[in-house]
Design a protein around this ligand. Structure first.
Ligand code: IVH
Length: 668
């Protein structure tokens, strides 16, 4: 009979192998369902036997703890950059120079992609990941191990192989195009600022304080540089192939090249072919293959002499304008959008590009069916940068900005000094109404799942949801009578609506769609006013006294609450039981001396508050925090996944181990 430890070990090994097949090799050999079953079995066993916990177990990849701030760590080898060029002939000159510097020795060059993400350095000891550090200032970076652990293509434990006992590996953390677009769609929907390109999205994600959110975003990582003593081979390429066999994702495009001709051919090929890759690239990197030759060539202060980056020129395409549409946003702002003949640009098909406002439309001087230049240049939201006037069709008319709302026909208005035209028909213009409902239910607002653009439209067409308050009158049978809903989806929506009544007031205020009041401003106004009633009574002067609130926002808030339609909505939201005042924040509870003389050790992962919050609560109530368990410890405050060694020590010293609820009870 196998022991529990053996079963756990075996499950971990199987899961690691399946992860590698799925995320690195792209060749899964079992179904997602069967994989989930393995993971569930392991989770259950680890829960029953916390003594066999391992921080690198594949069950910890999802990450749940909240890390506050990042520790910094010095790089053993500084993280340098690459010298780069946009010119093929400069790459050729570099090859010439390098061969000369090596006194005419035969010199192999490795060609590889220059990935456009954020670089990472991983340190492994005895085949286990010990640390992941960002580039930082090149000398030291942020320790982001927990976030890196959520990237499933990164091996936490290496596959068997000839790896040195200790080594460092560098690569690029990337958000693949598909994930990037999904994330931005979601952000657009929630009216959060969009990431300009996958690089920003990747580096922003890696610095999140919430590994669970990092896991959700779908980062990936490719590796291109192995450092350390006792490397298995004397050349870069073979080392990278070894690295691949240890479980890392090493890009397939890596090739050994001989001579300028092969280098130029590689550039020509990948200049086009890179557009088919699932991740963003901004160039190619050429490296001298032999490590001995690399050492001979050495480094300048900033970069190795044995490598050079060739950068691709910014991406631009020429395509025909089909028509210009005028979108109506939830605030009534009208945006001219170029609807294009679909064109491939940096790996994505572009069909629409914003032309922002009337002034920009006029500057571009767009005529019907013009050929337009669309550019991405690393930025994801495509821009129209110009018109090829030589291709203008005879008799084509200039595209004019509309004078009436394309949705409801109301004459548009433009405020002094503003670039945007607006439809003033706030309560009768359908895209504004459905847009506000979509905003209201967004994840960062009321977090009601299951209402997108089409459902919002369907609910409006059925006259069920004509404003946000109508959501709280929805009944199951009304939804089920609609074509779009089954029993399950209708129940889910009703549940979500019910749960939204617990959403804190700051988010309710943001969800209302008060013009100019974004997430942060809503928070500041809510914290200042504390209750909606108070905020509704505030004068312009008082509103302006709040940080970040100026006259425009203050007037907008006053106007919003003065409108009878809004007042009616608010009284219905109140009747439905939404939170319309700030709840007393735990962190603001008055200090006490209930924990005076007591010393706590905190261990594990908590669900109600973060570790730091618990630490602060202990201190505010007169207690002390300590990092290690001793005879002097009064209590161990234990969350999930408390380390087995700590548990054993606490038990052997007779120190009581308490959970979150016990602790909260002590200070309540
Ligand atoms: S090698 C000492 N190879 O480009 C040289 N870097 O400008 C170490 N990068 O910080 C880097 N793809 O983030 C190397 N195939 C590749 C790369 C690559 C992208 C990034 C990396 C580095 C920057 C250098």
């Amino acid at each position: 009979m196998e022991s529990v430890a053996e079963i756990i070990d075996d499950l971990r090994r199987q899961i690691n192998e399946h992860n590698h097949r799925y995320y690195v090799l792209n060749e899964p050999s079992i179904s997602d369902y069967d994989f989930d079953q393995l993971l569930k079995r392991l989770e259950a066993l680890e829960r029953e036997h916390p003594e066999f916990d391992d921080p690198l177990s594949p069950t910890h990849r999802v990450g749940s703890d909240i890390t506050k701030g990042f520790e910094q760590h010095a790089h053993v080898y500084p993280m340098l950059s690459l010298s780069n060029t946009y010119s093929v002939s400069e790459v050729d000159q570099w090859v010439d120079r390098t061969v000369k510097a090596l006194a005419g020795q035969e010199c192999e060059i490795v060609g590889e992609m220059k990935f456009d993400g954020t670089s990472i350095s991983l340190v492994y000891e005895h085949g286990r990941l010990v640390r992941a550090v960002t580039r930082g200032d090149g000398e030291k970076g942020d320790v982001v191990t927990q976030n890196i652990m959520t990237i499933k293509s990164i091996p936490l434990q290496l596959l068997p192989g000839d790896w040195p006992e200790m080594f460092e590996i560098r690569g690029e953390v990337l958000l693949p195009w598909k994930e990037f677009e999904r994330l931005n769609e979601e952000r657009a929907f929630n009216e959060e600022p969009l990431f300009a390109n996958p690089r920003n999205a990747a580096s922003g994600t890696l610095k999140l304080q919430n590994p669970a959110e990092v896991a959700r975003r779908g980062l990936d990582a490719y590796f291109y540089y192995l450092l350390g003593e006792n490397l298995p081979h004397d050349n870069h390429y073979d080392n990278m192939m070894a690295v691949r066999s240890w479980g890392f994702k090493v890009p397939d495009q890596m090739t050994v090249l001989r001579g300028i001709e092969e280098v130029d051919r590689y550039i020509n090929h990948w200049d086009k072919a890179r557009k088919e890759l699932p991740v963003a690239t901004d160039g190619l990197v050429f490296k001298v293959n032999s490590i001995k030759q690399q050492l001979n060539l050495g480094f300048t202060a900033k970069s190795p002499r044995w490598a050079i980056a060739y950068k691709f020129p910014a991406e631009r395409a020429l395509t025909e304008l089909r028509f210009v549409s005028f979108d109506v946003g939830r605030m009534g702002i009208i945006t001219p959008v170029a609807n294009l003949e679909p064109v491939l640009l940096s790996g994505t098909i572009v069909k629409r590009a914003s032309m922002h406002n009337e002034d920009i439309l006029n500057q571009l001087d767009v005529h019907e069916h013009d050929m337009l230049y669309v550019e991405k240049g690393g930025e994801i939201i495509p821009k129209i940068t110009g018109v090829d006037t030589s291709a203008r069709k005879p008799g084509a008319e200039k595209v004019k900005f509309v004078s009436h709302c394309p949705a409801c026909g109301t004459p548009l208005v433009r405020q002094d000094g503003e670039a945007a035209w607006m439809c003033p028909n706030k309560y009768g213009c359908v895209p504004q109404i459905t847009g506000r409902v979509e905003h209201f239910v967004g994840r960062r607002m009321m977090n009601i799942d299951g209402i997108g653009e089409e459902i919002a439209q369907a609910l409006f067409d059925a006259r069920l949801v004509e404003n946000i308050a109508d959501l709280y009158d929805l009944r199951l049978e009304q939804l089920m009578a609609l074509e779009r809903f089954g029993k399950k989806s209708a129940e889910r929506l009703i549940n979500g609506i019910e749960q939204s009544k617990q959403v804190p007031f700051e988010r309710v205020l943001y969800a209302l769609s008060i013009p100019f009041v974004g997430e942060t401003t809503a928070k500041k106004i809510a914290r200042h006013g504390r209750t909606l009633d108070r905020i509704m009574e505030m004068s312009e002067a008082e509103l302006c006294s709040i940080e970040d609130v100026g006259a425009v926002i203050a007037r907008s808030v006053i106007e919003y609450f003065a409108a009878p339609a809004n007042r009616q909505i608010i009284s219905r939201l109140r009747a439905a039981g939404l939170k319309l005042e700030i709840e007393e924040d735990e962190s603001l509870t008055p200090a006490s001396d209930r924990l005076k003389g007591l010393t706590f050790v905190i261990s594990g992962v908590f669900s109600k508050h973060s570790r730091d919050e618990y630490k602060a609560m202990i201190e505010r109530n007169g207690g002390k925090n300590s990092g290690s368990i001793s005879k002097k410890t009064s209590y161990v405050l234990a969350g999930e996944n408390m380390g087995p060694a700590k548990l054993e020590k606490a038990t052997s010293l007779g120190v009581p181990v308490i959970g979150e609820d016990d602790f909260l009870g002590m200070i309540d």
